[in-house]
Design a protein around this ligand. Structure first.
Ligand code: PAF
Length: 279
């Protein structure tokens, strides 16, 4: 495994290989990220994992400053399963040399819905840094987790509409035994909150089972989830929504592929998760 900090060195390495599978991350890696690395390795031995906490996708008052920077332990985890991987860990000056990024990639209206309604500018920040990283790494494939379902949707449509020459590989969400989706932000949870956090998955499966059994009153199911989480002391429920899994438009009664999406705050920690249903 080799750690590269500069764009020039990454480009020099890139010129020596044909195919590249890319895993963009913000570091603080866990087994969910390792599933992305495994998916990349299944494509080609030439894997690049980027570690970069992207200021542009954090809003005011969000956790940019306290987001854990854990290069040494991240590199050790990658080394275990991908000893030939390249770890690309640029600093802010390397990726944003002009301090202000004047050119931004602006996703369509979906950027203002779901998470975007609570995190203005977030998906513009994601689309911009991912475009920069794609331009630097020039991957043939890139792996993104389904846990960030809306992010995956934005990246997939961006790649398609801007004719970016790579394939996106969606990777299933890794879960703890309790069902809690693996996430770097789980590290902010107290032991008690970690147990409670699995309630999101409980409701996702409850709402899935209800739909599979024929229920089509999505609003009623969502309201039951909101009422329960609120009663259990969750500090804020951002949204509980059923959407068409392909278009991310609000689910209709005739949709066959639906995704339930939840974002809610437990204490100070904002958690998101989702579950697809193929009817
Ligand atoms: O999913 C993430 O970790 C980030 O949003 C990404 C894709 C690495 C962009 O900063």
């Amino acid at each position: 495994m080799k750690i590269i900090h500069t764009i020039a060195e990454l480009r020099a390495w890139r010129a020596t290989v044909d195919q590249v599978a890319f895993v963009p991350t913000m570091g603080n890696l866990h087994q969910g990220h390792m599933a992305l690395v495994r998916a990349a390795l299944a494509e080609t031995p030439h894997v690049v994992v980027s570690l970069f906490v992207n200021r542009l996708q954090f809003g005011q008052g969000e956790d940019f400053d306290r987001y854990p920077r854990t290069l040494a332990s991240d590199a050790a985890l990658i080394e275990e399963i991908a000893p030939n991987a390249i770890v690309f860990a640029p600093d802010e000056k390397e990726l944003y040399p002009h301090v202000v990024q004047h050119y931004k990639v602006d996703p369509p209206a979906i950027q203002d819905e779901l998470c975007g309604a609570f995190r203005p500018g977030h998906f513009q920040g994601v689309a911009t840094v991912v475009t920069k990283l794609f331009n630097i790494v020039q991957p043939t494939v890139a792996c993104f987790g389904k846990k960030d379902y809306q992010q995956l949707f934005v990246i997939q449509s961006m790649v398609e509409e801007l004719n970016m020459p790579l394939r996106i590989i969606p990777v299933d969400t890794g879960r703890a035994e309790s069902g809690l989706a693996l996430s770097s932000r789980n590290g902010y949870l107290s032991p008690e909150e970690r147990v409670e956090a699995a309630r999101i998955y409980f409701h996702l499966t409850r709402m899935r089972d209800a739909i599979v059994a024929g229920e089509r009153d999505y609003e009623k199911l969502a309201n039951e989830t909101i009422a329960d989480l609120t009663a259990r002391g969750w500090s804020q429920i951002d949204y509980v929504e059923a959407r068409n899994a392909h278009t991310l438009k609000p689910a209709t009664h005739t949709d066959h592929h639906i995704v339930w999406l939840i974002a809610a705050r437990l204490g100070k920690t904002r958690l998101i998760d989702n579950l697809e249903i193929d009817l």
